[in-house]
Design a protein around this ligand. Structure first.
Ligand code: SF4
Length: 368
């Protein structure tokens, strides 16, 4: 028994059930000589009840519980610290199995509760206005780690069997970790698991064109938010250096192909940077670029931060920019600051130091 325990802690080849889609779990259990339907029971324990110790799965036979306990594991990322904002926003510093850190944020907007989760440790996109971009990419998250953030937050906020929205706007570029992200969405969607509709999930991307094209063929299509942030390719390349690979016209061409009958609008995120992309000319160009697309524009006035070489525009500039879009009948919103007092913000998360050696390091984040 002692020897078995030591193997569980020192020997990592245990299959992790948190990484399995339902069908994979059915196949695996069948290959271990058990009935496929037990996979649905296990899913219910993990996703409906938040139980990850197989020995507590009391509607399984004793022999199956022991099999799951001895042959598998169900990994859940671990909350290292939590901070709460005056406005109800809660930020979670999450430690992964290899001691890397990510952040996830709960935003309790009424009526929609929203979880903002990460898809990578760090990010390779290096957007000039984002602290996560300064980290570089440490590694991709697995599907189980992406879903694990949702399980954690749902448990922490007591929303396990209630509805909530998910935005993939934390650390990372989801389409740069395409397979794991889409697998995570399938696990989240399983009716025997959390049964989350893709309409409740928003994937935010800088516009990786091959990824967008793959997305077009996905049976499970989340809402799409494109981080546009510029109205000319030259301007955009400065803000999102890897963006030079894909022109604005290429990105918008794919956007035009999205089946918008199934979805309301594509959201275009536009971070407003004083003197960089906030002029009236930019606003008029933005209107032109988006013509013919069922679009909603989310204007995000930057909050200045140490290490970010940009400033927030004046309220007057923000209003003038917004008015030009609104007069041309674009649906717009101006993002409010949430959780400012706890430094919690989508896409503005950073591991201090070298993320590739980030064991035990702190993550901080900036609010916009
Ligand atoms: S804004 Fe998003 S895509 Fe750009 S560096 Fe930050 S996390 Fe990556």
């Amino acid at each position: 028994m002692l020897q078995k325990k030591q193997e569980r802690t020192t020997n990592p080849p245990f299959l992790d059930l948190a990484e399995f889609e339902l069908e994979e779990l059915e196949d695996t259990l069948e290959s271990h000589g058990t009935k496929r339907f037990h996979a649905r029971q296990v899913y219910r324990w993990i996703y409906h009840r938040g139980i990850t110790d197989p020995l507590q799965m009391t509607d399984l036979s004793k022999s199956l519980r022991e099999l799951l306990h001895s042959e598998f594991r169900i990994t859940t990322p671990h909350v290292e610290t939590e901070s709460s904002s005056r406005d109800g926003t809660r930020k979670f510093l999450i430690k992964l199995g290899d001691n890397q850190h990510i952040e996830a944020v709960f935003i309790p907007d009424t009526p929609a509760m929203t979880f903002c989760i990460s898809t990578q440790v760090g990010c390779a996109m290096a957007c000039g206005f984002c602290l996560t971009g300064k980290m570089g990419l440490a590694r991709n998250l697995t599907a189980g780690e992406i879903v694990g953030q949702v399980r954690l937050l749902a448990t922490k906020t007591k929303l396990l069997n209630r509805s909530f929205n998910i935005v993939l706007m934390g650390m990372g570029e989801p389409l740069h970790n395409y397979d794991a992200t889409m697998k995570a969405l399938r696990i989240l969607h399983s009716k025997h698991g959390l049964a989350i509709s893709p309409r409740r999930i928003t994937l935010s991307t800088v516009g990786i064109v091959p990824g967008l094209k793959r997305l077009l063929d996905e049976p499970l299509m989340p809402n799409l938010a494109i981080s546009l942030h510029a109205t000319t390719d030259a301007q955009r390349t400065k803000l999102i250096p890897p963006g030079r690979k894909y022109s604005l016209s290429d990105i918008l061409e794919v956007c035009r192909q999205f089946p918008l009958t199934k979805r309301n609008r594509i959201t275009f995120e536009y971070v407003l940077l004083a003197g960089v992309n906030d002029t009236a000319e930019d606003a008029y160009r933005l209107v032109q670029l988006l013509s013919g697309i069922k679009a909603k524009v989310n204007l995000i006035p930057l909050n200045p931060a140490p290490g970010i070489p940009f400033n927030r525009p004046s309220d007057l500039s923000i209003n003038q920019f917004a008015k030009i879009l609104a007069k041309r009948h674009l649906t717009i919103s101006v993002r409010k600051s949430r959780g400012q007092d706890i430094n919690a913000a989508c896409g503005q998360l950073i591991v201090e130091g070298d993320p590739k050696k980030s064991a035990g390091q702190k993550i901080s984040s900036l609010m916009q």
